[in-house]
Design a protein around this ligand. Structure first.
Ligand code: SAM
Length: 163
């Protein structure tokens, strides 16, 4: 269930993080059809609506070469999230799970990531499908999904069991 900012049964809030963070720079803004968290998809879909990622100068020059990729990883700042829950009840049913066992937007550093289909690039605008964030969400980074330095595929549970 999507939250605005309430605390649910079983949830635990702690002192929110202080502002002395890593000094992130917002390099752009994401334009999507969604203006309410209640209507925003929980995860993006590859057949979802085309969204526009606006890259601010001077970072727009950094788009050169991105057009050769079919998909991109988009990293954004879920700016309206609360940041103080260490236990959360996603279904609001009294059963709480640890924040780091969830992909909830509510986390101490509310980073969101999506693998999106690259539809095109028009000047400083990157057109993609597959996002799940509110209109106006700040952009932190864009990376090609597959390139010479793509990480290994994620291990599956049990891959490293001995015996
Ligand atoms: N795909 C990302 C991930 O896995 O890291 C984010 C997943 S999160 C479950 C997506 C939800 O975050 C949306 O359904 C919406 O409720 C919420 N959300 C989207 N944009 C937000 C924003 N700018 N601030 C706070 N919450 C946001």
């Amino acid at each position: 269930m999507v939250r605005e900012s309430e605390i649910r049964a079983g949830e635990v809030a702690v002192a929110p993080p202080r502002g002395d963070d890593a000094g992130l720079t917002f390099i752009g803004r994401i334009h999507t059809p969604w203006t309410s968290r209640l209507e925003t998809p929980r995860q993006g879909r590859r057949d979802g609506p085309i969204c526009r990622i606006e890259i601010f100068a001077p970072w727009d020059q950094g788009l050169r070469g991105l057009e050769q990729y079919a998909s991109v990883e988009v990293i954004y700042w879920l700016h309206l999230s609360r940041r103080d829950l260490v236990l959360q009840s996603p279904k609001n049913d009294g059963h709480a799970r640890g924040t780091f066992s969830l992909r909830s937007p509510v986390r101490p550093n509310p980073l969101g990531t999506s693998l999106a289909v690259l539809v095109g690039i028009e000047g400083n605008i990157v057109l993609v499908r597959g996002l799940d964030c509110l209109d106006g969400t700040p952009l932190l980074d864009i990376k090609p999904d597959r390139c010479a330095f793509t990480p290994l595929a994620p291990p599956q549970k049990g891959d490293f069991e001995v015996g």
